[in-house]
Design a binder for this molecule. Structure first.
Ligand SMILES: Cc1cc2nc3c(=O)[nH]c(=O)nc-3n(C[C@H](O)[C@H](O)[C@H](O)COP(=O)(O)OP(=O)(O)OC[C@H]3O[C@@H](n4cnc5c(N)ncnc54)[C@H](O)[C@@H]3O)c2cc1C
Length: 409
């Protein structure tokens, strides 16, 4: 693509009297940091992104975005206590088709964006009871869904007919290849002239008139700093203890397989009672994912693989003859209430972290929210439930933090 930067003047960032748009430094180049950078630069901001290249990554371990399955499936995992999060997930799901189209168009990198929906299957009578319960909860929520008998499921997915007793079909669910999304985002950011510095941010310095990014090679002043460092967000230096986001790593292991004749085993993403199965256009099938509280313990374990392979085999014995292509793990940024922290922590420091199991799904909405917060100087009301300050003992409620006009730059 061409390297020209085009900014819609009706959508541009507010500028100071001298015509200077805000300069934003972002800590973390996962899907959250890169998506925010893209939306900000489209609105005319100057953006620098810093990435440590993966602290605690190695031995088959990645940052969360690269490790993810790319399921965009809010209707599968919503819990009765997570109404606000479910709303945000639905909003972001609705943004994904345009986000993917625009990103594919600007980068020409195929994202394997699929709109076939997902299936949640029951393998035992107990599973059927649980699935019926979830189905009726989602009826009340108004989720688009259909109950499938074994025969109806067999028409959609013949390879599941022998094992599954019933299923929920969620036609609005989607999926994307997150690794392709990361490459595409870096590509479009490069074309906009945004630097993604392969450098760890040791600290943010918040004491001066403008905040600063501190790395071992030097410092960079900006108007705003956005911390989007995933599971590592707490360890960015310089954030006062009482502001540190309550984010912790939740390890997930996965593997991918392929059949010798490349016959796709499935057409839909399938959630079994123990694992999920995600077909890619390449013919590969992803099997995921474990959920483990083990800090930053890296490495794929035999126990993890056993859990995944056994879970997949129970639903679809045909995986037995599939060739293992890759195994890996990653660290989800878990938060205290399983919901993300999005928005101002103070006037110049913003958080976009703690997306836990939904960061790929939530990337478009998070990026829009941060771009609106900085460029329009007002947080959209649909992120008020995700205020980073909500865990403070003296948190007085959800409100917009007043930020100074950019004329003060
Ligand atoms: C196995 C697995 C499967 C998943 N499946 C799904 C799914 O199907 N759908 C879905 O929506 N979500 C899924 N998730 C969750 C999703 O991947 C995450 O919520 C999301 O990727 C978080 O993105 P992020 O950009 O916040 O963090 P990350 O992708 O972890 O990126 C954070 C970045 O910050 C950098 N960094 C850290 N510290 C510093 C520092 N001091 N200085 C500079 N850079 C720093 C790191 O190097 C890293 O690149 C899955 C996660 C895992 C692990």
């Amino acid at each position: 693509m061409s390297g020209t930067l085009s900014v819609d003047p009706t959508q541009g960032a507010r500028v100071s009297a001298s015509g200077v748009a805000p300069h934003v430094a972002i800590v973390g180049a996962g899907i959250i940091g890169l998506s925010i950078a893209w939306r900000l630069v489209q609105r005319g901001c100057r953006v620098d992104v810093f990435d440590a290249g993966g602290p605690s990554q190695g031995r088959g371990c990645f940052a969360a975005s690269r490790a993810s399955a790319g399921l965009l499936a809010p209707g599968v995992e919503a819990e009765p206590t997570e109404d606000a999060l479910h709303e945000l997930c639905l909003r972001s799901l609705s943004l994904w088709p345009a986000f993917a189209r625009e990103l594919e168009g600007q980068s020409t990198i195929p994202l394997d964006f699929r709109s076939r929906g997902s299936l949640v299957i029951a393998l035992t009578r107990d599973d059927v009871k649980k699935l019926e319960h979830t189905h009726s909860y989602h009826e009340a929520l108004g989720t688009a869904q259909r109950w499938l008998t074994r025969a109806e499921l067999g028409e959609l997915e013949p390879n599941l007919e022998a094992t599954a007793l019933a299923a929920r079909h969620l036609p609005n669910d989607r999926q994307v290849d997150p690794r392709a999304v990361l490459v595409a985002l870096r590509d479009v950011l490069g074309a906009h002239g945004v630097a993604v510095h392969q450098r760890r941010v040791d600290a943010v310095a918040l004491g001066g008139a403008r905040p600063m990014i501190v790395t071992e090679l030097g410092q960079l002043e900006a108007d705003y700093i956005v911390v989007a460092a995933g599971a590592w967000s707490r360890s960015v230096g310089g954030i006062p203890d009482e502001w540190k986001p309550p984010v912790h790593p939740v390890k997930g292991q996965m593997l991918s397989v392929e059949l010798p004749d490349s016959t796709p085993l499935l057409q839909h993403a399938v959630f079994t009672p123990r694992v999920y199965l995600v077909p890619r256009t390449s013919g590969r099938l992803l099997i995921g994912a474990t959920v483990e509280d083990r800090g930053f313990e890296d490495g794929v374990t035999a126990g993890g693989l056993l859990h995944l392979l056994e879970g997949a085999w129970r639903a679809m014995p045909a995986v037995e003859s599939a060739r293992v292509v890759e195994t890996w793990c990653g660290f989800r940024p878990g938060s205290r209430d399983d919901a993300p922290m999005i928005g101002h922590r103070d006037e110049r420091l913003l958080f976009a972290t703690g997306h836990y199991r939904n960061g790929i799904l939530l990337a478009p909405a998070t990026a829009d929210a941060i771009a609106m917060t900085i460029c329009d100087q007002a947080e959209p009301d649909w992120i008020s439930a995700f205020a980073p300050a909500r865990f403070d003992a003296d948190f007085a409620g959800f409100r917009n933090i007043q930020v100074p006009a950019h004329a003060a730059l």
